[in-house]
Design a protein around this ligand. Structure first.
Ligand code: GLV
Ligand code: MN
Ligand code: MN
Length: 448
């Protein structure tokens, strides 16, 4: 059992350099209110620029993994956006990128942002929507002539998805002290490259990583806008929602070890085939989750020697499980572990189970959540914008930071609910409504 969670149950003018794109990435651009036009144009332009980066030509999905060339391109994009707006650009000790309006050292800063990395063949919206919306919201506020009384920072957190090193939210976890330097140094990708090696190869000083309490102490509130990863808003008919809580969730690695042998000549009774107990465990996970009203997924697998005509010596599968509360999650995972051990024993298989990461339930800051609802509700009197409050089974940097600073989240409608897939989508009208809502929230928090 390892890793985090074990420890704890001067500015240029508005829209500088931006112009309306000639070709639409989306169809059906809203005419909207006048105020939405700055947000919409700015959003559209940025979206169009970011769209090709890291997109796989065959799958159409994104492969923006931490410290790779695609990640570097995304980071270059973020830096260029910051600089084009005259913001103070900063790369922190953990590889997170910051763009400051106002004095970063003044304290009580309002921060917004998300991440630019992706899962394997991920969608365009998970992460980038929050980062692009942050810049667009700033453009919108400048367009409104907003007067900032607090520093505002836009942030791109590094390695949120954990696609390469297996642990989600590495940048925010390190910053919040929820991942120790020693643990981070042990993170290794599928090719045996360690996190420090990958960071060094990308030109970063991996010796600098570690907790950053001084930075967090300068932040008064963090608001992350994110595409919804379910259909609650679609079903309620609302463009934008506010997050209440994040389900507790974790990742467990199951190593089933048997004996490699010839697929054609080894009698069935003589085999020690780990694939069998793995397959039975996948079914057990589905069963346990269904019984408990939770979710459990084996979405990643590694097989050795991985030959069509060889009985495997090792099947390594990763379980991702989440539930509304801790007891339910414990019940599911305990049930899956028990079943896996029984199946392994029955087939003469050695089994090791390691919890690789865990994030306890996150209840977002009530005062901040109520403030978002108040600001957006007020806006809603004019625009009929409803703001439902919803929970989610998806993890976010906002969830990690909530242990250290007041955090809140805004969700933007996803008409199919599909996420972590190239099919992930949000309509441009809804994205622009999200930007406007974020601008309203930031104005309420940073301009009063
Ligand atoms: C991140 O998107 C997660 O929920 O795994
Ligand atoms: Mn994600
Ligand atoms: Mn995300």
């Amino acid at each position: 059992m390892t890793l985090p969670g074990d420890e704890r149950g001067g500015s240029s003018s508005a829209g500088a350099g931006l112009s309306s794109p000639g070709a639409g990435v989306f169809s059906g651009v809203s005419a909207g209110a006048g105020a939405a036009l700055v947000a919409g144009d700015s959003f559209h332009e940025m979206w169009r620029e970011l769209l090709p980066i890291g997109r796989h030509p065959d799958s159409g999905g994104y492969r923006r993994f931490a410290w790779t060339a695609a990640d570097a391109e995304c980071r270059d994009w973020f830096k260029a956006q910051a600089e084009s707006r005259g913001l103070t650009y900063e790369l922190d000790r953990n590889g997170n990128q910051w763009a400051w309006l106002g004095d970063p050292a003044a304290g009580d800063a309002v921060v917004t942002g998300s991440h630019l990395d992706s899962v394997p063949d991920g969608g365009a919206f998970d992460g980038p929507l929050g980062v692009v919306s942050s810049f667009a919201a700033l453009d919108e506020l400048r367009g409104r002539g907003a007067q900032f009384t607090k520093p505002l920072a836009l942030v791109n957190f590094g390695d949120e998805e954990g696609a390469r090193f297996g642990l989600a939210c590495v940048g925010s976890r390190l910053t919040a002290g929820q991942l120790t330097v020693e643990q981070a140094h042990r993170l290794t990708d599928g090719d045996g490259v360690t996190l420090p090696q990958a960071m060094a190869a990308a030109g970063y000083d991996a010796d600098a990583i570690g907790p950053d309490p001084e930075r967090l102490a300068r932040i008064g509130a963090f608001v992350e806008l994110h595409v919804e990863q379910g259909r609650a808003l679609d079903l309620s008919g609302d463009r934008v929602g506010i997050a209440s809580a994040i389900w507790p969730h974790g990742r467990w690695r199951f190593d089933f070890r048997g004996e490699a042998n010839h697929a054609g000549t080894t009698r069935l009774v003589d085999r020690r085939d780990p694939m069998l107990s793995y397959a039975e465990t996948v079914l057990a996970a589905r069963r346990e989750a269904q019984l408990a009203g939770a979710v459990a997924t084996f979405g990643k697998i590694a097989v050795e020697p991985n030959g069509v005509n060889a009985i495997p010596s090792l099947v390594r599968g990763w379980l991702d499980s989440r539930a509304a509360d801790q007891d339910t999650l414990d019940t599911v995972v305990t049930g899956v572990e028990k079943a896996a051990r029984e199946y392994a024993e029955a087939h003469g298989i050695e089994l090791d189970i390691v919890r690789e990461s865990f994030t306890p339930v996150v209840e977002f800051d009530h005062a901040l959540r109520d403030e978002l609802a108040r600001v957006l509700g007020k806006t809603g009197e004019d625009t009929h914008l409803n703001v439902p409050v919803l929970g989610t089974g998806a993890g976010h940097d906002a969830g990690i930071l909530s242990g250290s600073i007041p955090t809140a989240m805004l969700f933007v409608r996803n008409p199919t609910g599909v996420s972590h897939s190239p099919a992930e989508f949000a309509a441009e009208d809804d994205c622009v409504a999200g930007v406007t809502a974020l601008a309203d929230v930031l104005e309420g928090l940073a301009c009063r």
